[in-house]
Design a protein around this ligand. Sequence first.
Ligand code: AMP
Ligand code: ZN
Length: 466
Amino acid sequence: MAIRFYNTLTRQEDEFVPLHSGEVRLYTCGPTVYDYAHIGNFRTYLWEDLLRRFLRFRGYRVTQAMNLTDVDDKTIANARAAGISLEDYTRRYIDAFFEDIETLGIEKAEHYPRATHFIPDMARLVGKLMERGHVYESRGSLYFKIATYPGYGRLSRLDTAAGVGQARIDSDEYERDNPRDFAVWKAPKDDEPFWQTEIGPGRPGWHIECSAMSMKLLGETFDIHTGGVDNIFPHHENEIAQSEAATGKPFVRYWMHAAHLVVDGEKMSKSRGNFFTLRDLAARGYDMRAVRYHLVSVHYRKPLNFTFEGLAQSQAALARLDDLALRLGQFGASHTTGTGDLAAKARERLQGMLEDLDHDLNTAGALGHLFELVRETHTTLDTGRFSTEDLEAVRKVLHAFGRIFGIEPGQRADLDAEIEDLIRRRAEARSQRNFAESDRIRDDLLRRGIVLEDTPQGVRWKRKSA
Ligand code: AMP
Ligand code: ZN
């Protein structure tokens, strides 16, 4: 079945066909590194990680770039307030960002371009816009003149005519011909960092950063560009205008945007003060796997209202998956009393999951199929009538879930991956009649407080009571 994504540009679900067969080029707007990211930001980053993982599961090679905005008004203002250089200031939050994405099990993108490392490319892009007559100068800054780009407003469906000739809306904006014209290059100021470039001294505007870095790393036309819905206007609208005006080519083929994480109906944001960071949740004792599960369990185009009750429910749902994985892990290699009915159900449920994900990444639907299978599996295991094939088929579904959702069931903190691995290696050693090795592993586990019991139904384990 074909993959379909809701494309903000066309306002419909479009069949996904990448530009280069077998390969997807993906640009995900990343953090402005002026503070710690909050879990609202991570809702967007986790959904993008799911998108990436799903495309890879479906066999595509993914080249992803996520920018780090390390120069803009906010980073400059905060560095100045802290009395340190911009670079020293942003480094702290870049490091924290990479720690956080590791904590959440987010796969590393191929590129993390930092804006300050691509200044010459940004200047060159602005130079191209100047040559083509899309830019005017005012008080040393350069502005994109939206009246020169007829496609302006196509993404956000804005009525641009309304903006033209309108009374100036903001006292800051007196230097622009039209309030919607935006700065592509900002004049140097004494107390701000600036760079000497081929178009003169200054610093880039935020929007030009993403245009220059994405085209440099992914090509002038690439497949998917994502962000939260707040990025649609003006950020992505402006990216399209600058990029297409400079190259004369379509910039991005599929625009995808995630709805917000909200608190009491309001967007979670730094400025509202209604936010939590991962550090806040860890301090309250929440498991990061559950945070991850919670943030991806709701379809990405639906707002997700954050509550601790909801998070606890996700933690419980994940525990059911862990319990099933552990239960499956307790059976040995040869069960032949069953009929393979469970394997057929597992295949059907997997199919259902993938069809839902093919359909604009419907995670909630996919999880519905998965939990049906959890129920069916327990029921079958209780009867004692199942085969190795049945067990394998269910494991395969859990594994597929693990790859796509980035959460391997059974690997919770109290039974970490290493112990599970040991149990599996012991079973392997025994099946090869290597009893010296299997005993060694059992003793090793014993030292860690895990007691194994060989029963006719397979290996069971429990924690040694203290
Ligand atoms: P920023 O650092 O503000 O540029 O935001 C980085 C990314 O997080 C962007 O893609 C935003 O759209 C996204 N974002 C910001 N706030 C939220 C929120 N409350 N829920 C979901 N995504 C958000
Ligand atoms: Zn961006």
